[in-house]
Design a protein around this ligand. Structure first.
Ligand code: KG4
Ligand code: ZN
Length: 336
């Protein structure tokens, strides 16, 4: 079954054709990063307008890249939430209209479930069950993943997401938006040991996170050291990054121990981080864990993960009704 996937929850308009939930025939992404960079973060109203302009060309691109005609699409899957409501609405309305006009089955998909599934689209999919760390700009949580459509949330951030902390610290350092990749690069040139930032929630047994205190600690440090941005920006970036990584890596490995899983995965935009990959290769392997991370183009927002997870819902007979709407917050997970 060829599924057209559509994603528009934040600042990427994406469309993809995926066959049978695993073969990616195309994956087109129109990023709005240049537009939001000037504001140091995503401006929801601008993002919605951009989605309106990009949705038709991006879907056309995905169909063309797949080398198929629109009549060969057999079903539609679309991000229903969570995300920015105005942004979600564009992709959701498009998907609804496309499916209705062509008489196709369609299903609304949870964005986070898409991220969790993304690791299965790479060359090295983990066998079920596994523990996954989902770290993106909007969410940070640890999940026990039992199947394509069954996962249990073990803990999540109580305030900022990990990627959001990267973006805010990058803004403080004058590094533009989004901040993850640039801090990742700069940190490689710095000495993480020169500044000791707090490791929030590292001492807590549960799997919750908190990154807002770390962001404040960086802000205080910059206020106390007014020349730090010019003189030791790389050290600040490295020390901040190491603090984030200590928490993320510890929580993921600890969750694997508690749930007695030998396999762990990391998904979401922050999974692109070089230091995270390095740390997991060392710490994860030392614990005898097999570590699975999707390729870079599947870490950030994309529609292939939406089409793929949508396929599994469609196979189960899940359908979304035409009067359904988008949601900005995540509904409760189906418990195991
Ligand atoms: O998954 P994603 O594309 O969108 C959301 O669902 O939020 O994640 C975007 C987030 C941004 O906060 C960005 O700064 C972060 O992922 N990110 C990174 C890296 N590349 C992107 N964070 C750390 N290191 C990176 N290399
Ligand atoms: Zn995302």
């Amino acid at each position: 079954m060829r599924v057209l996937g559509i994603e528009s929850s934040c600042d990427e308009t994406a469309a993809s054709i995926v066959e049978d939930g695993h073969r990616i025939l195309s994956s087109a992404v129109a990023s709005q990063v240049e537009i939001h960079n000037a504001y140091g973060g995503v401006v929801p109203e601008l993002a919605s307008r951009q989605h309106t302009e990009a949705i038709v060309p991006v879907v056309d691109q995905a169909i063309m890249d797949a080398g198929i005609g629109p009549e060969e699409i057999e079903a539609v899957a679309v991000t229903q939430g969570p995300g920015l409501v105005g942004c979600l609405l564009i992709g959701f309305s498009f998907a609804k209209a496309f499916a209705y006009a062509r008489g196709l089955p369609w299903v609304g998909v949870d964005h986070l479930e898409g991220h969790l599934y993304s690791v299965r689209l790479g060359d090295d999919p983990p066998q079920y069950p596994y523990v996954a760390l989902l770290a993106s700009g909007g969410h940070t949580g640890v999940y026990y993943v039992a199947s394509e459509v069954r996962q249990e949330l073990l803990g999540q951030t109580r305030d900022d997401a990990a990627g959001e902390a990267y973006d805010k610290v990058a803004k403080m350092l004058g590094l533009g938006y989004p901040g993850g990749a640039v801090i990742d690069r700069l940190a490689g040139e710095g000495d993480a040991k020169r500044i000791a930032f707090t490791r929030p929630y590292l001492d807590k047994e549960q799997f919750d996170f908190s990154f807002s205190g770390l962001k404040t600690a960086v802000n205080r440090y910059l206020q106390a050291h007014p020349r730090a941005v010019e003189e030791s920006c790389a050290d600040v970036a490295a020390a901040f990054q190491e603090a984030v990584m200590d928490v993320l890596v510890y929580k993921l490995i600890h969750a694997a121990e508690v749930k007695q899983c030998e396999r762990v995965a990391v998904v979401g935009g922050v999974a692109a981080n070089g230091r995270l990959r390095e740390r997991l290769a060392i710490d994860g392997n030392a614990m005898g864990l097999s570590v699975h991370i999707p390729p870079l183009d599947l870490c950030g927002d994309n529609a292939a993960m939406i089409a793929a997870v949508g396929y599994h819902h469609l196979q189960r007979g899940d359908r979304t009704s035409l009067d359904a709407d988008v949601y900005s917050r995540r509904p409760r997970f189906e418990s195991l």
